[in-house]
Structures are given as C-alpha cells and as structure tokens.
Design a protein around this ligand. Structure first.
Ligand SMILES: NC(=O)c1ccc[n+]([C@@H]2O[C@H](COP(=O)([O-])OP(=O)(O)OC[C@H]3O[C@@H](n4cnc5c(N)ncnc54)[C@H](O)[C@@H]3O)[C@@H](O)[C@H]2O)c1
Length: 330
C-alpha cells in the first residue's frame, strides 16, 4: 500500500521507522505545513514532499494516508481523504467529539474506504501477552483494573497546540487518558459504559493536567484511572486483580504475574523497539485487512469515554456513555 503521511511531527517519525523494510507499505509522500519538517522526514523515507494535504491527495499515486496532525484537524482531513478515495489510518484520538467520529465513519463508508484508528494498545507486546494470560483463565475472572499514568504535560516540553482547547479537544485525558481507556478495554475485552471523573488544571493553562475517575465496563468490571502531570516521576502502570491472582504491567518493571504467594516476571520492561513493533503491527493490520481491527466504531468508543469524563467532571456526577451517544445523535 502506497501511503502518504500527513503531519511530520513526533509520532510520524515512529511511522517512518516502523514502515522501514516492511514489504506491505511504502511511504511515498510526506506533508506538513512546516515544510522543513516534511523535508527531513521525507528524506528518511525517500518520499515526495508537500506542504498542503489537499495538494498531496490531488497529486495521486497514493492508496492510503496516515493522519498524524493536531486533533481538531483529524475530521476535516479525513473528509478530504475519503473524497480522494484514500484509505485512512487516523492517529488517536479519532476526533475531538463523538459527533465528529460519527461523521468520519459515515463519509468513509460512503466513499468505500477503510478507516483504521491508531488506538494501538492491543499491538503493544506486553499488553498482548497480558491479554493472553487473562483469556487463558489461569488467574480466574478479572475483578478490577487500575490504570496510572504520570507524564510531563507542560508547554515547556510539548507542542503548543496540546494546550489549545479548540485544537486539542481537551488536555491530558484526551491525549494520555485515551491510552488508559484503550488498554483497559483491550485487557477486559469490554467497552466503557459509564464514567465518574474529576479533572483539574494547573494555573495559567486552559486544558486539564490531572484527572481521576472510575470507569464502569459493560460486564461489570470497574477501572480506576489516574492521569497526572504534576510532581510525580514518569509512570505507566496497569494492575489487573482477578479472583485467583493479579497482573502488573509497568514501563519500569515489565509484566509480572502474582499468584499463590509467588511472583513471576513474564516480560522485561517495554522498550522503544516494542513501541516501534506496535506501530509496525498496526500498519500491517491496516494494509492487509479490509476491515481493520481497530475500526471507527472502536475509536469512537474511546472518544466517547473521554467526553464522558469531561461531562462527568463538569456535572460532578456519573455520566453514561449512552447519554453521550444520544447527545451526539441529537
Ligand atoms: N499512538 C501514540 O502512541 C501517539 C503518540 C504521540 C502522539 N500521538 C497522536 O499523533 C498525533 C500527532 O501528535 P504529535 O505528538 O506527533 O504532534 P506534533 O505536533 O509533533 O506533530 C503534528 C504535526 O502536524 C503538523 N501540522 C499541523 N497542521 C497541519 C496541516 N494543516 N497540514 C499538515 N500538517 C500539519 C505540525 O506542523 C506537526 O509537525 C496526535 O493525534 C497525537 O495524539 C499518538
């Protein structure tokens, strides 16, 4: 599949790295409004350079696009790509609202193009291995999941658009919390149906920088989630407590299983190569699968849970995903 990259920022470099040597995809064009960024990345991929996505689509020679632009541009760019008959791999979050997700699904279906979404947790080797352990039943039924992320979420270290509520569609929950929601859904094999959450923002910023919440999944499982950016050292950790034991996935310590007083390390800490391999598997899935594994409906489920977080925080009470869906349909 001949692919064009829209956006030549941080995540786009991972796509170029992941696509290198992969026979099923060839990145033949790179577009960024920062022409120098497009040129640098295009040189690595031996691709053509564009500074306008519509010109890139009009030039032809592409089968699909990977869209890695700021969040609020995802929907209009998907509409343009579908109109040009291009298959779409859309970075997460799929869009900034549930109604935009619906629009994207609709235009892609009408144009007959594939829509895959970059909620890639299921392709991360440690998450895949943890999911296999849970499905094997050796730990019994999962009872609860805890998701904890601590990251730098500060204008000093992130692009400025991350802190523009219009362009980013939100703050740390939209950007980082979505990974936690994705991972919990993948591990549980169930979707979020309700959210009770609170958010805070550091003085001087317009988007939230801390969030805490309780997510209810369709089968009754509860997920505690904490996404923070003030004070704590970096952390990316998930715990799944089951009837007969528990799992812990941690960037620092790897994947561990705890059962009957014994602890066993199942996997070393996730490294950069694991991360690149997740992008590679996502590209293979996109190129080889007419119905991508992570489709628009799944991407929408993550955006709906993030939107429910914001509504719950604003109202100070739990919010159901059904209510968020109804609002979007109205
Ligand atoms: N899957 C993951 O693990 C992961 C990791 C990081 C980021 N992301 C997602 O990837 C996307 C990009 O994030 P990033 O960290 O690479 O941001 P970034 O700011 O580094 O890159 C975005 C690029 O888009 C370019 N751009 C802006 N407007 C454009 C336009 N009209 N046309 C073409 N290019 C335009 C910018 O100049 C910039 O180079 C976001 O959706 C983000 O949430 C996903």
């Amino acid at each position: 599949m001949r692919l064009g990259l829209v956006g030549a920022g941080s995540v786009a470099t991972l796509y170029v790295e992941a696509a290198a040597g992969l026979p099923v995809v060839d990145i033949t064009a790179v577009c960024d409004v920062r022409r120098d960024a497009a040129e640098t990345l295009a040189a690595q991929a031996h691709a053509q350079v564009f500074d306008d996505h519509r010109s890139m689509f009009a030039a032809g020679g592409l089968d699909g696009v990977v869209i890695t632009s700021p969040h609020a541009l995802h929907t209009p760019m998907a509409v343009d790509a579908a109109a040009a008959g291009l298959h779409i791999l859309m970075e997460k979050p799929m869009a900034t609202t549930v109604s935009d997700c619906r629009l994207m699904i609709d235009v892609c279906a009408k144009a007959g193009v594939r829509l895959a979404v970059g909620n890639l947790q299921r392709f991360v080797p440690a998450v895949r291995q943890a999911t296999d352990v849970l499905r094997s039943g050796q730990l019994g039924r999962p009872l609860l999941i805890t998701e904890r992320r601590a990251v730098d979420y500060d204008p000093a270290v992130r692009p400025s658009w991350f802190f523009d509520p219009e362009m980013a569609g939100g703050g740390i929950m939209m950007n980082i919390g979505g990974h936690c929601i994705d991972r919990a859904q993948v591990l549980a094999g169930e979707r979020v149906i309700g959210v009770d959450a609170r958010v805070w923002r550091r003085p001087g910023l317009k988007v939230e920088t801390e969030a805490v919440g309780l997510l209810s999944l369709a089968g009754g499982l509860q997920v505690g989630i904490s996404v923070t950016s003030t004070g704590l050292p970096p952390q990316n950790e998930t715990e799944v407590v089951c009837e007969e034991g528990a799992l812990r996935l941690s960037d620092h310590t790897g994947l561990w299983m705890f059962q009957a007083g014994r602890s066993v390390q199942l996997r070393e800490p996730t490294d950069r190569q694991d991360f690149v391999s997740a992008f590679r598997d996502q590209l293979i899935d996109f190129a080889g699968n007419e119905a991508p594994t992570v489709d628009g409906d799944y991407g929408l489920s993550v955006v709906a849970a993030v939107q429910a977080t914001y509504e719950s925080a604003a109202l100070g009470r739990p919010v159901s995903i059904a209510a968020v869906d109804e609002e979007a349909a109205a």
